[in-house]
Ligand binder design. Structure first.
Ligand code: SF4
Length: 231
């Protein structure tokens, strides 16, 4: 167990529980300066708020997204537009297997038969390798998004990836996220205007029926997570 997984980290989470997202980011940027990275999927509104707040504080932190090779054209165009607007160069973290190699090893359209395996190959493994040099990563997940995220602390030890995870927006909700976006004219994925609550890979994303934050992901499967945010 890493020293950072100790009681100290848990007590920091308690101390920062009522802090604003900006205060949490400030703490994390100071503590893990030079060894912290931020995730932004460009497929949900929370990531855009996180990006906007982070760049106000520190433009030197690397920003990454998982490029599975299967994102919507609109998402790729959105990444380009956001990069130009904020003058940043997000890192496209790619899966160790090309889509062709995956198909030859596991068969065509693995996502239809075994989406957990597909996410492990195209997302989790890629992120694990990418995060290895860092001490902390920042995520935009929120407690209101799914039942499995309901207990998300603002700071935690990420056992899956073996580093500290910062969740500055854990206590935000869908309404406050969109209020921030509107008030600050923050860019967002245009597919949200077509009924998509959350954008993942094209084959595994449908327009939302319920309007819930994660609704429309993996339709027809009980799956609700990629595996990136599970303990
Ligand atoms: S979201 Fe779908 S296509 Fe993308 S990695 Fe997961 S299972 Fe594969």
């Amino acid at each position: 167990m890493n020293a950072e997984s100790s009681e100290e980290l848990q007590s920091v989470a308690v101390e920062l529980a009522a802090a604003s997202s900006t205060e949490i980011l400030r703490w994390a940027l100071a503590r893990y300066s030079g060894s912290i990275v931020a995730a932004c999927s460009f497929g949900g509104p929370s990531g855009m708020v996180l990006l906007d707040q982070l760049l106000e504080l520190d433009r030197s932190v690397p920003v990454f997204y998982l490029d599975t090779g299967l994102l919507h054209e609109e998402t790729y165009a959105h990444i380009q537009a956001v990069s130009a607007r904020y003058e940043i160069a997000p890192i496209a973290v790619q899966a160790p297997l090309t889509l062709e190699r995956q198909a030859s090893l596991y068969g065509e359209r693995l996502w239809e038969r075994d989406p957990d395996r597909c996410c492990e190959l195209r997302k989790v493994e890629a992120q694990r390798t990418f995060l290895r040099p860092y001490r902390a990563w920042i995520s935009g997940i929120r407690r209101d998004q799914t039942a499995s995220r309901a207990q998300t602390p603002v700071v935690e030890w990420d056992r899956r990836f073996d580093l500290v995870k910062i969740n500055p927006l854990a206590h935000w909700d869908e309404r406050t996220i969109w209020s921030y976006i509107v008030e600050r004219n923050v860019p967002y994925n245009p597919l949200h205007d077509d009924g998509f609550s959350s954008l993942g890979c094209l084959p595994c994303t449908a327009p939302s029926i319920t309007g819930d934050a994660r609704s429309g992901r993996w339709p027809g499967h009980s799956k609700t997570e990629c595996g990136l945010h599970q303990a």
